[in-house]
Design a protein around this ligand. Sequence first.
Ligand SMILES: Nc1ncnc2c1ncn2[C@@H]1O[C@H](COP(=O)(O)OP(=O)(O)OP(=O)(O)O)[C@@H](O)[C@H]1O
Ligand SMILES: [Mg+2]
Length: 280
Amino acid sequence: MDLTNRISGYHLVEQLYCGSRTLVYRAIREIDRLPVVIKLLNRDYPSFSELLQFRNQYTIAKNLRLPGVVEPYNLESYRHSYALVMEDFGGISLRDYAQEASLNLTEILAIALQITDILQGLYRHRVIHKDIKPANVLIHPDTKQIKLIDFSIASLLPRETQEIQNPNVLEGTLAYISPEQTGRMNRGIDYRTDFYSLGVTFYELLTGKLPFECDDPDGVGSLPYCQTTSFNKQQRNPAGGFGYCHEADGKKCRKTLSKCIRIEARFRKVFAAVPRNWKN
Ligand SMILES: Nc1ncnc2c1ncn2[C@@H]1O[C@H](COP(=O)(O)OP(=O)(O)OP(=O)(O)O)[C@@H](O)[C@H]1O
Ligand SMILES: [Mg+2]
């Protein structure tokens, strides 16, 4: 994307991220010199559904007003698309942070507790994030404050229901999404889907590896827990080649889910048991 046409009212300082779908910049808002971060769609002519998702992250996060969620300031029209202007609290993604610094157990537990608290806040507001992973968690390198970003595919649950139906499209990041979020199980999605992804995130932070091998962790490669076949459009029928949908695997998935639900309590217990001199 050609950025020679500047985003009016902002001075771009540095590029933070350049992905296949999005570009993220650190910038200064000219009117008051406020440091901000600006996220743009990478394509000059985004599709209707891309624009819808882009709007969605603004609308959902704007109404949350939680200290653990990066505050979106405004959604501006930018060419044939949008520019999301948001808070810059000096954070970097946990993915980058974990790659640069080797994290000890105490640090990981402190991070884990902050994330679980943030998720609790989301659920009080009936929001499911649906894309929890280290790249969507920011950490301030000095204060270690954690904030959540990227509500593109997040859902706001209607008051009267506890769960939403599976979307017709595969959303989220394969290496981290829960079995029910793949749409391959006959069950709706509720807040536990985030706990599953959180479990994968903690596992990765603790071991440096993903719990399930995935040939394309950031994209739509093969389903990580599906050992027998890879994902393609012809195999959307669960009665087809999805080994993952077998009864035995379903039980395994439910077990994993219930383990994840207990994760916060466990982390709190473990953290309380860490000797005081380790925590400093
Ligand atoms: N407010 C912010 N402060 C610092 N870095 C940020 C901020 N917002 C985004 N980033 C950086 O940009 C990366 C991509 O941002 P984000 O996750 O919002 O986009 P994305 O995953 O490409 O979005 P989408 O899921 O909508 O395609 C993050 O992993 C992080 O490194
Ligand atoms: Mg993201």
